[in-house]
Structures are given as structure tokens and as C-alpha cells.
Design a protein around this ligand. Structure first.
Ligand SMILES: [Zn+2]
Length: 346
């Protein structure tokens, strides 16, 4: 039985042996896990025991942002071989489902997703995974960067849903990890510049170091004033709401230009009010994002060619033995921490 990081119940983690299904099918690969990023959702399960309808009712292995090395391939696998360095998409749809047939497998009701109860995650030495959702990393992309593909994929999905046009001015509300990923994906997708708004200056300093990003500390200036100043009162072509904060959602009409787009990426814990008429009066196109579909190849290509550099967002890597301490630190929510990662023993 593999020693894994187990969320026993709300507020209680342990490093212990736990039985996991390791059966290989002909289209699967076995992967030695190398690096796993800690996600806000992992931390939320730890601190709250649930996210919406997903409740931790029995011990569950955490982690879904992973890279590793292929150590065994199923008989029908063609695009991967032993020794390949890879990253994995944590959501596995039913390929015969209606959603999967439409290419929107992220919203397949039958999807199983790592570390979403009752499915175990990947903070464990080995995983068996469908080869179709396992992606080879270019030689110049590290395992640490490979484990960043998953959160970056959400930014990619947001940029794609926005249908950015070259030269667009973007605005991102919220400088958490997903806000940062979205800002970088929006730049890569053609935005001339992206304003990132938050009230934590240390987060803004991290993302503001990237060329093309301008930061707005909303303690000093309202987001609406900042975008008005930048666009001579016209508004942002695309606003990405990544904070999940009710006032940010309510204020969207003040930020977006007439005929512009608002993309809802952040997930408010409770239902929040929306200024529908304010959005209607500008004929705002609203888009929503849930995880991602068909973006891993694009994300890896951007990282591999150096167009997107996620390394500055990796704040700290801790050994697997210190996983519980890593989660406690993540739960502290230090403003200077963007992404914490756990490295598995080799
Ligand atoms: Zn994640």
C-alpha cells in the first residue's frame, strides 16, 4: 500500500498507507509522481471539509496538479513510452458521454476528478492514468513547471472563452494564483496589456513584474477609475472576474466597454447579486469557466517556447515528508505565496 497524503476528515491530514486502485488497462499509463502543486481546492477541503456539493465523507488522498515520469505503458498506448516526463489532466470524462462527444468534457456530469470526493488525488508515489489525458513535457520544461500546467489551464480556458482579439485591453479582478494565470494567458492570447486589480500589494508586486501587466491596488484607486484612466473612459475589452468576491461581480458593468466581454472565473462561495441591467445596457457578453477542456497542448506549447514563464509563480517546493506542514502553510494564505509545491521522493 502506498504512503500518501490523506485528508482523514475536515482539519485532519496524515501521511499513511492507504489502499488505492492501481489496475492498468490497455490504454493507461503508470506514472511515478514527481511534483504536485497545492491548489486552493485542496486547502479548502482540508479547512472546510467540503466544496459546494462535494463533501469529504471518507479519507481521501489530496492533490491534482501533478507531473511525473511514465514507468509502464498499456498495450494500446502509442504516444508515450517508459521514461517520458509528463503532466496529467486530473479530470477524466466518460468518452461516450454527450458532453465528451461535443468536446466539452469539462462539463461532463460523469467526469471523475482527482481529489474531488470520493475520488483520490495524486499525492501518492504512483498513479495509473489514461494515456489520453497524459501529456509529454518538452525537455526544457521542468517537473515543477509541468505541475503548473493544471492551474495555468484554467487561465487558458478563460482566455479562450473570452475570444480575445489582438490588442485587446484586459482586466483581471483578483491576484490569486488563478487571477495571475488568467492574466498571463490573456497576454499570450493577444491582449496588448492586462490590468490586474487586488488589495494585496505583495501579490500585485509579483504579477506586476511581468511585462504587459499593470497593477491596480484597489485600496488606492477603484478598479473602475483605473480602467477608465487607461482606456479614456471606454472600458476594458475583456474583464476576467477571478476574485469570487460579491462586490467585484456587482461592479462588472463599470469596468467593461460597450459590447465587451465579462468572464466569470472565480467561484463565489454563496450566490451573489448581479447588475443585469448594467450589463444589458452595454450588451456585455458573459462567459463562464469551469475547469478546462482541450487546452493542455496549448498550455504546454506556450511554456515550452518560453512565451509564458510560470517559474516566478512557484514560491516554494517542500519534500513529501513535510506535506502536512506545506498544507498548514498554504492554509495560512501568506500574501507572498503564490504556488506551493510538494516534491515526491525519487
Ligand atoms: Zn488546481
Amino acid at each position: 500500500m502506498p504512503r500518501s497524503l490523506v485528508l482523514e476528515r475536515k482539519g485532519e491530514l496524515s501521511l499513511r498507507d492507504i489502499p488505492l486502485d492501481m489496475d492498468m488497462g490497455p490504454t493507461d499509463v503508470r506514472i511515478r509522481v514527481h511534483t504536485v502543486g497545492i491548489c486552493g481546492s485542496d486547502v479548502h477541503y482540508y479547512t472546510h471539509g467540503r466544496i459546494g456539493p462535494f463533501v469529504v465523507n471518507e479519507p481521501m488522498v489530496l492533490g491534482h496538479e501533478a507531473s511525473g515520469v511514465v514507468i509502464e505503458v498499456g498495450a494500446q498506448v502509442r504516444h508515450l513510452k517508459e521514461g517520458d516526463r509528463v503532466c496529467m489532466e486530473p479530470g477524466i470524462p466518460d468518452p461516450a458521454s454527450r458532453a465528451a462527444k461535443l468536446g466539452i468534457y469539462n462539463v461532463d456530469p460523469a467526469v471523475t476528478f482527482w481529489a474531488t470526493p470520493p475520488v483520490h488525488g495524486c499525492l501518492t508515489p504512483q498513479v495509473v492514468h489514461p494515456a489520453a489525458y497524459t501529456y509529454k513535457l518538452p525537455d526544457n520544461v521542468s517537473f515543477a513547471e509541468g505541475a503548473m500546467v493544471e492551474p495555468f489551464a484554467i487561465g487558458m480556458q478563460a482566455a479562450l472563452r473570452a475570444r480575445i482579439q489582438p490588442g485587446d485591453v484586459g482586466m483581471v479582478l483578483g491576484a490569486g494564483p488563478i487571477g495571475m494565470m488568467t492574466a498571463l494567458a490573456a497576454l499570450a492570447g493577444g491582449c496588448a496589456k492586462v490590468l490586474v486589480a487586488d488589495l494585496a500589494q505583495s501579490k500585485l508586486d509579483i504579477i506586476g513584474a511581468y511585462p504587459g501587466i499593470e497593477t491596480v491596488n484597489i485600496r488606492d484607486i477603484p478598479a473602475a477609475d483605473a480602467i477608465a484612466k487607461t482606456t479614456e473612459g471606454w472600458g476594458a475589452d475583456v474583464v476576467f472576474e477571478c476574485s469570487g468576491a460579491a462586490p467585484a461581480v456587482l461592479g462588472l458593468p463599470q469596468l467593461v466597454r460597450p459590447g465587451g466581454t465579462a468572464v466569470l472565473v472565480g467561484m463565489p462561495v454563496d450566490p451573489v447579486p448581479m447588475d443585469i441591467v448594467g450589463l444589458q445596457a452595454k450588451e456585455t457578453r458573459l462567459e463562464t469557466v469551469f475547469r478546462y477542456a482541450n487546452v493542455y497542448d496549448r498550455a504546454i506549447a506556450l511554456i515550452g517556447t518560453g512565451k509564458v514563464d510560470l517559474k516566478p509563480l512557484i514560491s516554494l517546493s517542500m519534500p513529501f515528508e513535510d506535506s502536512i506542514a506545506a498544507f498548514e502553510r498554504a492554509a495560512e494564505g501568506r500574501e507572498t505565496d503564490v504556488k506551493l509545491q510538494i516534491e515526491m521522493p525519487s
